[in-house]
Design a protein around this ligand. Structure first.
Ligand SMILES: NC(=O)c1ccc[n+]([C@@H]2O[C@H](COP(=O)([O-])OP(=O)(O)OC[C@H]3O[C@@H](n4cnc5c(N)ncnc54)[C@H](O)[C@@H]3O)[C@@H](O)[C@H]2O)c1
Length: 247
């Protein structure tokens, strides 16, 4: 690996200010990665621990030109990038027949287009043998009612992962995805609060009988970032206690 600053190299994490992205940032830093955090939430970004995060970049992943500017700055600050984790995302559940056009576009723009724009912006700055990990979802593999936009976006993330793996693999870069089951983050907490989800039905649907944890997801992401996954490319790894292959 050339050009990286220290340890395992530089990993950029989008959606790093909360939930899965924040835990991945923490765990990557503990494993010796230099972590650059991207998020749209300015205050939450500022609140991240200096011991975890080497640089913070406030940007909306829907804004492709802004992402390109941020990755150019990142390159100046840290050198070439060895890892990119695309965790920025959101959901707007609701009956498909009445889902607003604005909600459909928001979810697809952030979860799918934002993931693609970040991969694109990173491309020129990737180190040899770089690893990209996109956060998909069980919604890419199983039909979830009232999640049309989210399921379409996350299935798109899995397809995008396949396409980039095929296109960038010959250049030495790997592109994979992780598909978590329900994990207790602010995203899920909001849906439980709104009565869209309840803990018992989520837990009952999972063969291993518990929800996913942020560390379950971080373990899979760190594996895919690492050289231990040197021959893993174009995969969506479901971290779901068996949910997507049961029932
Ligand atoms: N929590 C779960 O059960 C679960 C399950 C499967 C997949 N996921 C996916 O994992 C990822 C992280 O979700 P989470 O549960 O940690 O949610 P979260 O709400 O805790 O974190 C999402 C982060 O993304 C950021 N973000 C949202 N829109 C953005 C934008 N336009 N530009 C930049 N940053 C933006 C938010 O500010 C937030 O910090 C998402 O892609 C989500 O779809 C979550």
């Amino acid at each position: 690996m050339s050009g990286s600053t220290e340890g395992q190299g530089v990993v950029v994490v989008t959606g790093a200010a909360s939930g899965l992205g924040a835990r991945v940032a923490e765990r990557a830093s503990a494993e010796g990665w230099t972590v650059a955090a991207i998020d749209v939430q300015k205050e939450a970004l500022a609140a991240l621990d200096d011991a975890t995060v080497a640089s913070r970049h406030e940007v909306d992943v829907r804004d492709a030109p802004a992402l390109r500017r941020v990755f150019a700055v990142l390159r100046e600050q840290h050198g070439r990038i060895h890892g990119l984790v695309n965790s920025a995302g959101l959901t707007r559940p609701g009956p498909s027949a009445t889902l607003s056009e604005a909600d459909w576009r928001l979810v697809v723009d952030v979860d799918l287009s934002g993931t693609f724009f970040a991969c694109q912006a990173a491309f020129d700055h990737l180190d040899e043998g770089a690893s990209i990990v996109n956060i998909a979802s069980i919604a890419a593999a199983r039909g979830l009612p009232e999640r049309a936009a989210y399921s379409a976006a996350k299935s798109g993330v899995a397809g995008l992962t396949n396409a980039l793996a095929a296109e960038w693999g010959p250049l030495g870069h790997r592109v994979n995805a992780v598909g978590p089951a329900w994990t207790n983050t602010p995203l899920i907490q909001a849906m439980v609060r709104d009565g869209v989800l309840d803990e018992k039905s989520m837990t009952d649907a999972i063969p291993l009988g518990r929800l996913c944890t942020e560390d379950d997801v971080a373990d899979a992401v760190l594996f895919l970032l690492s050289d231990r996954a040197a021959f893993v490319n174009g995969q969506t790894l479901y971290v779901d206690g068996g949910y997507t292959t049961s029932g």
